[in-house]
Design a protein around this ligand. Sequence first.
Ligand code: FA5
Length: 345
Amino acid sequence: MEEELLKIKNDASTLIFEAEDTDELNKIKLSFLGKKGILTFAIKNLSKIPIERRPEIGKLANEIKNTLEILVEDKEKALNIQKETKIEKKHIDVTLPGIKPQLGHLHLVTQAIEEITAIFEKIGFERVRYPEAEWDWYGFTALNFPENHPARDEWETFFIDRKPHPKYGPMILTPHTSSGQIREMERRKPPIRMLNIAKCYRRQSDVSHTPMFHQMEGLVVNKNISINHLKGTLDYFARSYYGEERKARIRPYHFQFTEPSFEVDISCGVCKGKGCKLCKEGWLELGGAGMVHPNVLKNGGFDPKEYTGFAFGWGIERVLMMKEGIEIDDLRTLYSTNLDFLEQF
Ligand code: FA5
């Protein structure tokens, strides 16, 4: 019985699909779904199958009936549209104004990525991308996170269900672009000027967090790199991206993979650093930065006595919101299909 029903479904779907006009479609509809139709007959015969199989087969028969009805309805619409356009073609009025096709545009996060990349490329940074499915080694261990250290929890990581690598440990969805630091050091010799912009994933979803977001990571490694180079780069970015009059400042902070570590602030564009409702004390918080930890340089294959470096890592969504001067009520809107919101940018 099951096979018979599936054959009816296949036969009917093919015929509906191939119908060339509504008359033909109606005939097909009648021959399968009409009072004396093949499917109607099969459904009536359900009483002949053993009682214990009846609910299952009955459910299948109903699903097939619904599917065929939907297929007929869709085909009817398609045939009608075809008919109308044929008529229109016959009576084309060349004096009527044309219908302007709707123009799309890049998503605002993509726009921001392109702009930020251009800014850093001007001062010699190279845009790279590293795997989103990453080994624990690159995401944590090589970045100076001790095994079982609670700091790992802060990153709320997604673990991939597969056998851990004997050397690199479990596979994860990268929770930050800092995983690119070690990969870049393995790939090339100094001078390194890396800009890694990529998707990151964390087990977080609320008004200011999305499970997938973007980070931009800068890494510079060479001989004699100091905090001055970091500060100069931050000021250059603040001026280029936010506006000539904007400045950056650094405050002490803690990250496992940088020493010393900083939080980076950008002077507020609304009150010009005086303090207002948007910023409170004249500064807006951008994200983290610091001098590359000697252990990280070692794990990347460099001698920390010979080389030093700086790194910074910020959320693109945050960087972008600060530029637009917008506080998005719910960050998740960025990745929704809410066109009313997205079309504004
Ligand atoms: C880091 O991820 C560090 N790797 C940054 C870093 C790099 C420090 C290099 C020093 C040197 P943190 O967890 O604070 O740090 O994340 C950085 C930024 O990513 C945050 O300020 C925020 O803007 C963004 N971010 C983090 N989680 C989410 C999320 N779930 N949704 C949206 N943005 C997020």
